[in-house]
Ligand binder design. Sequence first.
Ligand SMILES: Cc1ncc(C[n+]2csc(CCOP(=O)(O)OP(=O)(O)O)c2C)c(N)n1
Length: 280
Amino acid sequence: MATHKHPLELQEELNKIAQELRIEALAMIHRRGQGHPGGALSAAEIVAALYFHQMRIRPKEPNWENRDRFILSKGHASAILYPALAKRGYFPEADIKDWGQIASHLQGHPDKNKTPGVDMSAGCLGHGISIGAGLGLAARISGLDFKTYVMVGDGECQAGVIWEGVMLAAKYKICNLITILDYNKVQLDGTVEEVMPMEPMKAKWASFNWNVIEIDGHDMKQVLASLDEACSCKEGPSVIIAHTVKGKGVSYMEGKAEWHYRVPTTDELKLAVEELDVNV
Ligand SMILES: Cc1ncc(C[n+]2csc(CCOP(=O)(O)OP(=O)(O)O)c2C)c(N)n1
């Protein structure tokens, strides 16, 4: 969906979409009485940039062979993905209200076999990079030029299987594979530093022979520039280490592990929407 807008106008538009996705994500979680707000909110700018600018997709043709792929490896953050897919026209926005119900095509965690636009079923953490590497190789072998974007969490990167995919992608110099690390520093029940420190994060990825780009994941200008830079790298796979804030945009959620998996009350939702609305 590459546009020729003035960069500032584009950033403003994408920031607005990111806030709208946040509001929708929280409303969904409230309505369903389940969900993961913290890691959904930290990913909003990146998801907005991918779906509303970066990715070459055809929502009316979700299985188009040469589409760019997006893998939400941290599948628990589906509340930020589904509103983006609906807004891009993969399915009616009204479907969102049934999220998580047994008959709905929108399951709690993304299901490739049910939801148009979902490229990998996820929820069991750790597998997005390996699958992404496979898609990257498949593109190369088939002579297709699509890219695969994979979003992983920092807690997720504690899974050993992540690094198997990382090694494979480096070995085969899979430069059409772009990983975005949502580095919000908080996982399920504490900070990453407390549970299992991942620093030095940048040096880790670099030592695995990945091209490393480090950004503020809430600064749309940096998000867009990093995606362009990653796409132009022909040496091997790229990782965008996006420094983010868990629960970004809602004062009482920011940086709190408690909000990894918690449902806002009606009053809390109202307050969150007020705070997010200011910036829409
Ligand atoms: C293999 C596996 N183990 C455990 C879980 C349970 N789980 C769901 S979310 C989560 C924490 C993930 O932390 P992080 O990657 O930092 O996610 P974010 O902060 O971005 O939401 C865990 C352990 C899971 N989904 N899959």
